[in-house]
Design a binder for this molecule. Structure first.
Ligand SMILES: Nc1ncnc2c1ncn2[C@@H]1O[C@H](COP(=O)(O)OP(=O)(O)OP(=O)(O)O)[C@@H](O)[C@H]1O
Ligand SMILES: [Mg+2]
Length: 318
């Protein structure tokens, strides 16, 4: 049984009395223990919204309107508050988008980690401090630095602190929402290396959200490519990298070129993602697709190729 399984998830936001947008439409995926899933796609494709719904942390104007989220065999969509409290941080922890800049500048690193631990666990301050030392070592920071302040830490170090906080209650799943955006490429690679080590040592499962598929190849097992609220391609990392079927995935892969071991400047895909308030009659990517045919103006089928590879497209790949 999968640790987490999401089926036909639909999430809507209320914009005004009469206007709703469907930010996530019919998303399905599974996550097994010890597995890492990459959730990839352009800005606005619904990655953060999907991630937040897994912990039922959607903004007030957002709601899961249909579909299923099952964690460890239990329903999340209608889970009672008591179970949600446990689910958040003790079962699933999230490193929020831009979180490394959200550390409190007037508190030491130790105080901030201790605060998180004490908020969620019924332990004494002394025990929480011991735990903070363990956690900071886990993320490969010298515990001597615990009494320093955030401004004394580099971006990469601050992100390590955020990871330590996410680990505070020994969760089974860590969600990283763009955990390395704004860091330089070398530091990004170090953070991913750390996540990979932690995943193995603690048999964690992870969901990593990113725009940039090229950096995740070594550390993820599965990839879900999102476009305009849907997963348009889903599969094992090898099949997605070596044999992408959806034209959008192809474009995403080629938009972060690797030149002589160095990553080039990303080439954005021409055109804009659609207005999510729209009622879609055809493929959502069709207006931007370099391979579009007349038939693409009708709803595309979900195709399966190989055991663990699916894509939403009229074209049969290549
Ligand atoms: N609170 C909200 N109210 C209304 N619309 C929202 C709200 N939050 C998100 N949306 C909309 O839902 C869609 C998905 O947003 P989401 O933040 O999940 O995208 P994302 O893939 O995480 O993008 P990014 O890469 O920029 O973080 C977007 O169209 C966004 O404008
Ligand atoms: Mg986001």
């Amino acid at each position: 049984m999968a640790l987490l399984s999401v089926k036909d998830l639909v999430i809507e936001f209320r914009l005004s009395k009469r206007k709703n947008i469907r930010a996530v439409s019919g998303v399905s995926f599974t996550l097994n223990q010890g597995e890492t899933l990459a959730l990839v796609g352009e800005s606005g494709s619904g990655k953060t919204t999907t991630a937040l719904s897994l912990m039922r942390l959607l903004p007030n104007n957002g709601a899961i309107t249909s579909g299923e989220i099952i964690y460890a065999g239990k329903d999340v969509v209608n889970a009672p508050d008591e179970r949600l409290r446990r689910l958040r941080w003790k079962e699933i922890a999230i490193i929020f988008q831009g979180a490394m800049n959200a550390l409190n500048p007037v508190l030491t690193i130790e105080k901030q980690i201790v605060e998180v631990i004490m908020l969620h666990e019924d332990i004494s301050e002394i025990q929480a401090r011991e735990r903070a030392v363990e956690l900071i070592k886990r993320v490969e920071i010298d515990p001597k630095r615990l009494d320093q302040y955030p401004h004394e830490f580099s971006g990469g170090m601050r992100q390590r602190v955020m990871i330590a906080m996410a680990l505070a209650c020994n969760p089974k799943i860590i969600i990283g929402d763009e955990p390395t955006t704004a860091l330089d490429v070398m530091v990004q690679a170090q953070i991913f290396e750390l996540l990979e080590t932690l995943k193995k040592e603690m048999s964690l499962s992870m969901i990593l959200i990113t725009h940039d598929l090229s950096i995740l190849g070594d550390i993820c097992d599965k990839v879900a490519v999102m476009y305009a609220g849907q997963i348009v391609e889903y599969g094992d990392v090898q099949s997605i990298y070596c044999d992408p079927k959806h034209p959008y995935t192809e474009k995403l892969l080629s938009s972060y070129p690797v030149i002589g071991g160095k990553r080039g400047i990303p080439d954005s895909i021409p055109g804009l993602s659609p207005d999510m308030a729209e009622d879609f009659q055809g493929c959502r990517f069709e207006p931007r697709c370099h391979k579009a045919l007349e038939i693409c103006k009708t709803l595309p089928p979900l195709r399966t190729c190989g055991e663990n590879h699916q894509y939403l497209c009229h074209l049969e790949g290549d």
